[in-house]
Design a protein around this ligand. Structure first.
Ligand SMILES: O=C(O)CCC(=O)C(=O)O
Length: 279
């Protein structure tokens, strides 16, 4: 008999179901799952149940494209990334002009219990209607800077959406930031579309999915996305992105130059808020 056949015979005999003992023997083998079987050949392997919950790996989005980032629970959440929406020279010129000429100031917000804090960045607002977030209001300011009016038109043409307002953020260095939040104020309507144009130094824009209700606000296991936003990049957030995800620009430990972010949005008059929330 060749070696190969001999091995096959041995394997065959092992593969046969073992004979059942007619009565329990004295020897017993404790199984991994804690049950006992009598007889030396009745060992069964029970794979331990894996109770460790996986943390999804963070995804990085850098390339131009349309990304469906989730399908629920509210509906489809979509991002559109357009690096190089502005050419370098054009973006350089706009950055210096807006940096010097916009009415930047530091806004005071209020926490739920009424405690005041200064935002860790400078802002200004353009639009026929005021904008209220974090329990403090930015007054209406219909005097659009001509550069911003031109940008609004260009972004409307590119995106196919219209916008009536603009929140401008200025991050003076790597210590300036915006914490986790969603742009979901009632004045923005049910599925707000936000067009965000970045100028200046690159900063990482992060998103994290809202946890399911049974996780009671614990974000440990949620999906995460990071998008480095470079000079001249346009990012569109559409669909349920504000209902199902939060976003932030975190502080950085490396030196960062100034960065500006222009977030075009549509504000609805107060008379339409109730109608919007019902939709
Ligand atoms: O600076 C950014 O890219 C994000 C700004 C932002 O989240 C906001 O204005 O709501």
């Amino acid at each position: 008999m060749t070696d190969k056949r001999q091995r096959a015979r041995v394997q065959g005999s092992w593969a046969k179901p073992p004979a059942r003992p007619t009565r329990p023997t004295a020897q017993g083998v404790q199984l991994a799952a804690g049950s006992w079987k009598s007889g030396p050949q009745l060992f069964e392997f029970h794979k331990p149940v894996n109770n460790v919950r996986e943390i999804p790996a963070e995804r990085t989005i850098e390339k131009a494209g349309d990304y469906e980032i989730s399908q629920g629970p509210t509906g489809v959440s979509r991002l559109r990334l357009i690096p190089g929406f502005l050419q370098q020279e054009e973006a350089d010129w706009m950055f210096s002009k807006l940096f010097a000429e916009l009415p930047w100031s530091q806004k005071t917000n209020y926490r739920l219990m009424g405690e005041a804090y200064e935002e860790p960045r400078l802002t200004c607002w353009f639009g026929e209607l005021p904008y209220m977030y974090s329990r403090s209001t930015m007054n209406a300011n219909p005097e659009w800077h001509p550069v911003l009016a031109t940008l609004r038109l260009a972004i409307e043409q590119k995106s196919g959406h219209t916008f009536n307002s603009l929140l401008c953020n200025l991050y003076r260095d790597g210590k300036d930031s915006i914490g986790w939040h969603s742009d979901n104020e009632p004045s923005l309507g049910p599925q707000p579309i936000i067009a965000s144009l970045s100028l200046g130094d690159t900063r990482v824009f992060s998103l994290r999915k809202q946890p399911p209700p049974e996780d009671n606000g614990d974000y440990s296991y949620v999906e995460r996305i990071r998008i480095p936003l470079a000079h001249g990049t346009l990012l569109l957030m559409e669909g349920c992105t504000q209902a199902d995800w939060q976003h932030q620009v975190a502080k950085e430990y490396h030196d960062r130059g100034p960065r500006m972010n222009l977030t075009f949005r549509t504000i609805f008059p107060e008379s339409e808020h109730a109608r919007n929330t019902k939709r």
